[in-house]
Design a protein around this ligand. Structure first.
Ligand code: GDD
Ligand code: MN
Length: 371
């Protein structure tokens, strides 16, 4: 019974009488054009307009259209989670009713999850994605919220997107605490997933009706982020915890490298009597090797292939990335200090930070890519 369909498209609604018939028709059109055996599940929060009667009419004519009318615990995230529980398929897609999310892209999300991804995320903030017709204020708030969310999920460019698909096992039985607008954050933070893909899309502001976003949405959002951080910290598990463990370890290894570097520079110059620039070259190289070893056996130990050849490959890659980091560090230092007139020690701090980000991201994705 539960697997009657290939895909369930969940449409949360609150007062969407201008859009709901058209979006259901569009989704059904996408199903038939692409040979998808899909159902449409409208989850309504007791709309005051004609949304409910409109959907009832359509559901009477079309077997694959269903309506849930909620009476309690009003909220977008809660509605979506209720839809997860009611869906009769393995793959669940969430889409807004107001055509902000292009329904033509649904097959791409469906295929991504069918072909192995646990989550497919529609992203406005990757190449090919964009936002149309948003007032500056909304853009700024959304960028801030997204930036905050990205600190929890550094790998995801749009963790607050409302357009995504997910495999049912990811959310079934997961301790989701839905509240507010950002259900995807909850799925990412507490769902059981390993892999995701992002699909760029252009978000178009609604032409009919109005946004239900209110000022207290921001407060809800901050509380939600705090909840996810607490969850990661207390469970010591999950994607947020895993990624941040790596970042912290990588940072600590970097610190150990500074000690190795300084210690060797001192010892080689003062004790072995080498010219200090020669000592420095040796010290830099050995600190890179030090960092490599610790990152290989500790930070990224889950991504290790123990064969000797692979190890050498990783060392070579790490070495190249480190040299790139050094160049970036110096370029930032020069640009800020010499061109912008920033005090050189402050400029160097910024340089270290940028180089650290570069080193982490490139090594995480390239040197130790089997994560
Ligand atoms: N059931 C239910 N309950 N549905 C709701 C509620 C609610 O309390 N509030 C809004 N909806 C429905 C709307 O009817 C619409 O289908 C969808 O949820 C999105 O609501 P909008 O009010 O149009 O949201 P938005 O355009 O401001 O925000 C969108 O963009 C955000 C990213 O910036 C949504 O897609 C958000 O999910 C997304 O985070
Ligand atoms: Mn909208």
């Amino acid at each position: 019974m539960t697997e009657r369909y290939d895909l369930t498209v969940i449409i949360p609604t609150f007062n969407e009488e201008e859009n709901i018939a058209a979006i259901i028709e569009a989704v059904n059109g996408v199903f038939s054009e692409n040979g998808i055996n899909g159902e449409v599940l409208v989850v309504d929060d007791s709309s005051k307009d004609r949304t409910i009667s409109t959907v009832q009419g359509i559901a009477g004519r079309r077997e694959n259209v269903r309506l849930i009318v909620r009476k309690e615990d009003h909220g977008l995230s809660q509605s979506v989670v209720e839809g997860f529980g009611e869906a009769r398929s393995e793959i669940l897609q969430v889409i807004d009713a107001d055509f902000s999310h292009p329904p033509e892209l649904i097959p791409r999300f469906y295929e991504a999850v069918r072909d192995g991804a646990d989550i497919a995320i529609g992203s406005r903030y990757m190449k090919g994605g964009d936002i149309e017709q948003w007032p500056l204020k909304r853009r700024v708030i959304s960028l801030g919220a997204t930036a905050f969310g990205r600190m929890l999920f550094p790998e995801v460019t749009d963790p607050v997107s409302g357009f995504f698909a997910v495999r049912r096992e990811v959310v079934a039985g997961a301790p989701l605490a839905p509240r507010g607008y950002k259900i995807l954050m909850e799925v990412l933070g507490r769902g059981r997933w390993r892999s995701f893909v992002e699909i760029p899309f252009v978000f178009k502001d609604r032409e009919e009706g109005e946004s239900k976003l209110r000022a207290d949405t921001i407060v809800d959002y901050l509380r939600q982020c705090a909840g996810i951080i607490l969850f990661a910290a207390t469970r010591r598990a999950g994607p947020v915890y895993n990624e941040w463990t790596k970042i912290v370890r990588f940072g600590l290894v970097g610190l150990s490298g500074i000690f190795v570097n300084m210690g060797l520079l001192y010892a080689l110059t003062e004790i072995a009597g080498l010219y200090y620039l020669i000592s420095a070259a040796i010290a830099i190289e050995l600190s890179i090797v030090n960092n490599f070893v610790w990152n290989d056996v500790w930070t990224f130990k889950s991504a290790r292939d123990l064969r000797f050849g692979r190890r050498v490959q990783r060392l070579a890659s790490f070495q190249a990335v480190s040299v790139g980091g050094l160049v970036i560090n110096m370029a930032v230092l020069y640009a800020l200090a010499d061109v912008a007139g920033v005090y050189y020690l402050a400029a160097n701090l910024v340089g270290i930070f940028v180089a650290f980000a570069w080193n982490y991201v490139v090594n995480r994705h390239y040197t130790w890519k089997n994560l």
